[in-house]
Design a protein around this ligand. Structure first.
Ligand SMILES: *[C@@H]1O[C@H](CO)[C@@H](O)[C@H](O)[C@H]1NC(C)=O
Ligand SMILES: *[C@@H]1O[C@H](CO)[C@@H](O)[C@H](O)[C@H]1NC(C)=O
Ligand SMILES: *[C@@H]1O[C@H](CO)[C@@H](O)[C@H](O)[C@H]1NC(C)=O
Ligand SMILES: *[C@@H]1O[C@H](CO)[C@@H](O)[C@H](O)[C@H]1NC(C)=O
Length: 955
């Protein structure tokens, strides 16, 4: 959670810029001379060349480098790297130990890559084209002739830094700038982390645009501001109406530096542009050729690392809140969930668990270790799990009588971040004065693993770990403990919600507590007249970086990025905080969370050998998915945030961190019955499904209201029955980087009406979710992709959707009903008997849902394994494919599936069959039924062995 500190006020969501930026940004760069290229040498895998400053240094926001080296590498047929670095190798670069990437290519793709690097030497510029479509506009183009004529007054009104004058390549120690033109009508997705007011598709509106600031920040979910994670990667989709050609590609800047990525369309310009403004590091670009959006995401995953394997229990329902006062209070939640028969898989605790807010502890009075142990063992006996919070900062203690091993041991092993003078860096978080693990230090991993082990040995027998506050968050500015009374454990300016003087009084839009009282109870679809709300549309030598350079301004880099907190050191580690070897936080700030996630993952692998680690983390960076999942942070109990939930999930699929979800029912402020009902149902179709609440807000566990309980049971039952589908989607993510959750257009890339759709989403290719995102309605409008060529069937009734000519349909959506549709041509393996936990569910038989397209075709696969082994031990892939009046079930692999396939539902069978056979044997009439209304053939009472190589079902 975050501190009640400089929060934006909901209702005026657009965050105001807190900083005075250089009033004449453009003057600083307009004189920059650019570079000229020489000494080109072809290499086996691309080329290298030298770049020299083409005129007098401009020193716009730092000192120009005279000499740069460019390396172009065709890494695969679909991935091209363009790396521009200072020839001195003085700038910071990300080491392999933090983000490892595939080995350099040994064969040449220079002539086979779909991406082609083109350049002009003076002024140096490059552009990337597609070999397969040489006449289309370049995918990326830094030529001055491709960019608008300057000067251009501020493109975003009121932001002087969006005035543009000159697009030369700038490469300084504290400022790097590179600009590419983009077609006016292109579509950009990704860059993050952000909650974008424009929606999932980034704003490139003429005379405006958007700015993605890269600086990880502990802030409760502001709109259009930088927040927890840093992701300089985008997915671009281009569609040519004339040729009906649609192609996607991706662009990734591999940098941990702070920066702004500007997406702008100047008024009257013939093109849009993307401009990178980085305050350190180098320009290390990777281009991915796609050409499908899913392929782009897979290609990015193959570079940074594929997502970790997720065990089935992590797909169960998770319950948490800040404010469970004791282990018994926590246990009562588990009992109440059971009593209400709402499946609960994983129980969590927030910092209430801790003694004096200290990591790796449990409070001796309210959470005694042995009681916690007994509680967790009870959970385990019922196939349930426990996940505790682990905060980033570790308390600093000086009082010798206060025994706290994580600090004393860490100090002994020298694992904490330092001040430039080598003294301890001391910030302030929940426990008071704190130190921060330095993931670059040699002994940190060992120390961290041991602390986690001791914690678990002491009773907190966690199944997984929740990493919070890892931007890293600090409540005071700078090393505030230096010279202070370190025995003072109070935290100045902390306002814990729900304490006297700080009640939680906010409610969802449309909920009027002066009329309805504080309970959050509503009259369903009745008295409210509110019609809501917002509907917002192989280099081994590397530079140490700024820590070793003279003349750089560590504390206030001259180019002021659009950090929502202004100064870079606000609410986090100071930029001059120093890591092992002299690396300064300025260069590596954005990776703190990632490095903690990796260390925690490795620790879990050691403590739970052979099992799949489950980690949910807040601050993320490219490759986080390899180690952890993500929750969307401290959102609000608002309808607007229910909508933002969808773009958040979609964004993290691009980042290859697919295991993601929002705090269901909303974290900050009070929720209400109706919002919580709709949200429990939406999140049942999100990868990570957790209800989490703020301290002091009204309770929002799903059993608190009967209708929320009912809606939750319904949606969770569907979720658990779809578990084989989720497991298959996530196996494909872990094996290939395929995104489990998809925007509609990923599957229908030539249907331009889908490019901005972010109020619906697809789970895999086949399950379309159309949630209600507004209060006080009982219907929802959805679009059904395929332009009439694709059949969409209602998940519940199996009826075919009748969409209007523009593909939209208004669907009935009373409270407690979430619209889910199955694509024609899908074959989904499911669990026939969704139960209280995923373990029990998985123990039961399978069912199969087939939705025929054109009365004959369907295809699907299911990946099956034990769900727990890491890496997966044995697996089996079952393929379902239907043509004409026959369904073939083929199976291969080594894993033995014990459960049988007992029920099959085949939709779209055009007429009643005269006989039905399974595996060559005719079924008795009592084993199948045909429903004429929805053309449904329902087979039951069979027992298909999913291990047999082939089984044919015919009708
Ligand atoms: C840049 O390279 C040139 C040619 O190799 C060399 O003479 C010059 O000293 C270099 N400049 C710097 C600042 O390293
Ligand atoms: C679309 O394709 C046509 C035909 O190849 C071409 O003339 C046109 O320039 C393309 N449009 C864009 C925006 O690339
Ligand atoms: C929890 O309840 C048990 C049984 O009533 C009691 O013995 C124990 O002290 C309680 N624990 C806490 C931390 O309140
Ligand atoms: C870490 O270990 C290596 C190899 O033993 C050593 O060279 C290096 O000095 C150590 N670094 C620190 C910061 O202790």
């Amino acid at each position: 959670m975050l501190l009640a500190f400089g929060l934006c006020v909901v209702g005026a969501l657009a965050e105001k810029t807190l900083v005075q930026r250089a009033a004449s940004f453009s003057k600083n760069v307009s004189d920059c001379p650019g570079y000229s290229l020489h000494a080109v040498e072809a290499t086996g895998t691309g080329l290298t060349a030298q770049l020299s400053l083409a005129g007098p240094a401009c020193n716009a926001f730092g000192t120009d480098y005279q000499n740069l080296t460019i390396q172009v590498t065709y890494e695969t047929e679909t991935r091209l790297r363009v790396r521009i670095a200072d020839s001195e190798d003085s700038q910071y670069t990300i080491p392999e130990s933090v983000v490892s990437r595939p080995a350099a290519p040994t064969t040449s793709f220079t002539n086979s890559s779909d991406l082609v690097f083109n350049f002009e030497p003076s002024p140096f510029a490059f552009w990337i084209t597609r070999r397969s479509s040489p006449n289309s506009a370049p995918l990326f183009d830094t030529r001055l002739s491709a960019l608008p004529e300057t000067p251009i007054p501020p493109v975003i009104t009121g932001d002087e830094s969006t005035a543009l004058d000159g697009f030369s390549l700038v490469f300084e120690d504290q400022y790097l700038q590179l600009t590419s033109s983009l077609p006016l009508d292109t579509n950009i997705y990704g860059l993050g982390e952000v909650i974008a007011s424009s929606g999932f598709r980034r704003n490139l509106a003429v005379g405006g645009g958007s700015i993605q600031t890269l600086w990880t920040r502990d802030v409760g979910d502001p709109v259009d501001g930088n927040l927890y994670g840093s992701h300089p990667v985008y997915l671009e989709h281009r569609f040519n109406e004339t040729t009906n050609e649609a192609q996607s590609h991706g662009v990734f800047l591999f940098s941990s530096s702070g920066g702004d990525i500007m997406l702008l369309t100047p008024p009257n310009a013939k093109q849009s542009l993307v401009q990178y403004r980085m305050i350190g590091g180098i320009l290390d670009f990777y281009f991915f050729s796609g050409p499908s959006p899913v392929a782009v995401i897979e290609q990015y995953g193959a570079l940074v690392g594929l997502p970790s394997w997720i065990p089935p229990w992590a797909f169960g329902f998770h319950l948490c809140r800040w404010g469970y006062t004791s282990v018994n209070d926590t246990m009562e939640q588990v009992q109440a969930m059971r009593a209400a028969n709402i499946p609960l898989e994983v129980m969590w605790n927030d910092i209430d668990l801790y003694h004096a807010f200290r990591d790796f502890t449990s409070d001796p009075v309210s959470y005694p270790g042995e009681e916690v142990r007994a509680f967790i063992r009870d959970l385990a006996a019922n196939n349930q799990h426990y996940i505790p919070i682990l905060d980033a900062a570790v308390p600093h203690l000086t009082n010798a009588s206060d025994v706290y091993a994580p600090y004393s041991k860490g100090r002994e092993l020298d694992v904490f971040i330092k001040n430039p003078d080598n003294t301890e860096y001391i910030g302030q978080v929940w426990p008071g004065y704190t130190v921060f693990p330095d993931w670059f230090a040699n002994a940190t991993q060992e120390w961290w693993t041991e602390a986690m082990k001791n914690w678990s040995d002491g009773g907190v027998e966690f199944s997984g770990i929740w990493l919070d506050m890892n931007e890293a968050s600090s409540f005071c500015q700078g090393s505030c403990g230096t010279g202070a009374n370190l025995n003072d454990t109070s935290v100045p300016s902390v306002q814990i919600p729900g304490t006297p003087g700080n009640p939680v009084t906010d409610y969802p839009e449309c909920y009027d507590s002066s009329v309805s009282g504080p309970s959050g109870n509503i009259t369903i679809n009745g008295t409210s007249t509110c019609t809501n709300s917002s509907s917002p549309s192989g280099l081994s030598v590397r530079g140490l970086g700024a820590g070793a350079q003279s003349g750089v301004d560590l504390n206030s880099p001259p180019y002021v990025i659009h950090n929502g907190f202004g100064d870079l050191s606000v609410h986090t580690l100071a930029t001059n905080a120093t890591h092992a070897g002299g690396i300064v936080d300025l260069d590596v700030h954005n990776m703190w969370g990632l490095m903690e996630e990796k260390a925690t993952h490795l620790a879990l692998q050691e403590l739970q050998p052979g099992k799949r680690p489950v980690i949910i983390a807040r601050s993320t960076f490219p490759s986080t998915g390899k180690w952890a999942g993500h929750w969307l942070g401290d959102n609000y109990s608002k309808w607007e945030y229910l909508y933002y939930n969808i773009q958040g999930i979609l964004q993290f699929q691009i980042f290859n961190i697919p295991f993601v979800g929002a705090d269901t029912c909303g974290f900050q402020g009070n929720t209400d019955e109706e919002l919580c009902n709709r949200w429990m149902q939406l999140s049942a179709f999100a990868p990570f499904f957790r209800n989490h609440n703020q301290r002091g807000a009204i309770s929002q566990e799903p059993y608190r209201w009967d209708n929320v309980a009912k809606a939750s049971r319904t949606a969770i039952s569907i979720r658990y029955s779809l578990l084989p589908y989720w497991m298959t989607l996530f196996a494909n993510a872990s094996m290939r980087g395929t995104p489990p959750v998809r925007a509609l257009w990923y599957e229908f890339p030539t249907e331009s009406e889908l490019f901005a759709v972010d109020r619906q989403f697809l789970v895999g290719a086949d399950v379309l979710v159309t949630p209600v995102l507004r209060p006080n309605v009982s219907s929802v409008e959805g679009i059904f992709p395929g332009r009439g060529q694709v059949t969409w069937r209602d998940f519940y009734t199996h009826e075919v959707v009748k969409a209007s000519s523009n593909g939209t349909a208004t669907l009935s959506a009373p409270l407690g009903h979430i619209n889910v549709h199955i694509r024609g041509g899908a074959a989904l393996l499911m669990h026939a008997q969704p139960a209280y936990t995923t373990t029990e569910t998985r123990g039961g038989p399978f069912s199969l849902l087939v939705s025929l397209e054109s009365h004959s075709n369907a295809f699907g696969t299911a990946y099956l394994d034990d769900g727990l082994s890491n890496p997966p031990a044995e697996s089996r892939t079952v393929t379902f494919s239907s043509t004409a009046n026959e369904l073939k079930i083929s199976s291969r692999g080594t894993f033995t599936v014990d459960q049988k396939l007992e029920e099959l539902t085949i939709l779209g069978v055009s007429k009643k069959p005269s006989k039905v056979s399974v595996g060559g044997k005719n079924l008795q009439k009592s084993s199948w039924e045909y429903g004429t209304d929805v053309q449904e053939l329902a087979i039951s009472g069979v027992s298909v062995d999913l291990n047999s190589a082939e089984t044919v079902v015919s009708w």
